[in-house]
Design a protein around this ligand. Structure first.
Ligand SMILES: NC(=O)c1ccc[n+]([C@@H]2O[C@H](COP(=O)([O-])OP(=O)(O)OC[C@H]3O[C@@H](n4cnc5c(N)ncnc54)[C@H](OP(=O)(O)O)[C@@H]3O)[C@@H](O)[C@H]2O)c1
Length: 257
């Protein structure tokens, strides 16, 4: 069921992943449940403090490492050129793996410009410890500067849901071969009008509002990383991949403010 999207000519990322921020002591059990449900893409970050739990859950799942796509992110204290390589070494130890699939700059930081951080990340990528590079929370101006470094930026992870729709950033990414990951995809279900529309569609598709919001975002070609601590929600979100909204129904959500 896991549709993939090309990050580069040779690397595919499962379009639906599982987020791990705020999971705390539930992280290992939740990630394990997600892997047993069928998710093959886990989103973590240094600042979430879930590396140990993600690594343990992947091992406990019994899945071969190359069947699980792992994204993690450099926090603000690790983005200067002298810190990147040592941070990645620590991530590898914490995750218990010898490579990271996708490494992102978590947030822009004035003290370390993308012109400094991206080349340091590229050096680590060339060592084989990271497969692909990207950014998060970057606007168009920062993306333009990032592309000028010549480093291949394959992904921008941004907040995107029915309430928050930074379509200028998505359009720029699509025009420049940068995939977009939508974080917090169901944290907001949008305006009252949007929620009413989701309820109407729920009756038609036999799906929850959250599932329909995920199906709408998947249909837009975005990579999604919803998170949950509840087995029933982890499963329901995974099953959203099977929902195919008609073009008119997808457009009705698109048009609603
Ligand atoms: N790059 C960044 O700066 C950044 C920032 C924020 C988040 N992220 C990433 O994005 C991931 C997801 O974002 P998020 O955690 O903010 O928001 P989200 O996944 O959109 O929403 C999570 C909330 O929705 C609930 N939920 C999940 N599935 C549900 C369902 N089927 N029905 C009803 N409620 C449901 C969860 O509660 P239950 O646990 O009770 O199900 C939780 O309260 C994070 O875990 C993290 O990996 C990245």
């Amino acid at each position: 069921m896991n549709k993939t999207i090309a990050l580069t000519e040779t690397i595919q990322i499962p379009q639906l992943g599982f987020g791990t921020s705020g999971l705390k002591e539930m992280a290992q059990a939740s990630v394990l449940h997600a892997l047993r449900t069928g998710y093959r893409h886990i989103d973590t970050a240094d600042i979430y403090e879930t590396h140990l739990a993600v690594g343990a859950a992947v091992r406990e799942s019994g899945l071969p490492r190359n069947e699980v796509f792992i994204t993690t992110k450099l926090w603000r204290h690790s983005v200067t050129a002298d810190k990147v390589a040592q941070a990645v070494e620590r991530f590898l130890n914490e995750l218990g793996t010898d490579y990271i699939d996708l490494l992102l700059i978590h947030w822009p930081r004035e003290e370390a410009e993308p012109e400094e951080t991206l080349p340091a990340m590229e050096a680590v990528r060339q060592s084989g410890k990271v497969r692909a590079l990207g950014v998060s929370n970057f606007d168009v101006a920062l993306l333009e500067r990032s592309l000028k470094t010549g480093v291949q930026v394959t992904n921008n992870q941004i907040k995107y849901n029915l309430e928050t729709r930074p379509d200028d950033i998505v359009a720029f990414c699509q025009a420049n071969n940068i995939t977009v990951t939508a974080y917090s995809p169901i944290r907001s279900l949008g305006s009252e009008a949007a929620q009413t529309r989701l309820s109407e569609l729920g009756a038609k598709y036999g799906a929850s509002s959250q599932q329909l919001a995920l199906a709408w975002l998947l249909g837009k070609g975005l990579i999604l990383i919803p998170r949950s601590t509840r087995p029933e929600n982890i499963k329901a979100n995974y099953k959203a991949q099977a929902i195919e909204l008609s073009a008119e129904d997808a457009q009705s959500l698109e048009d609603i403010a």
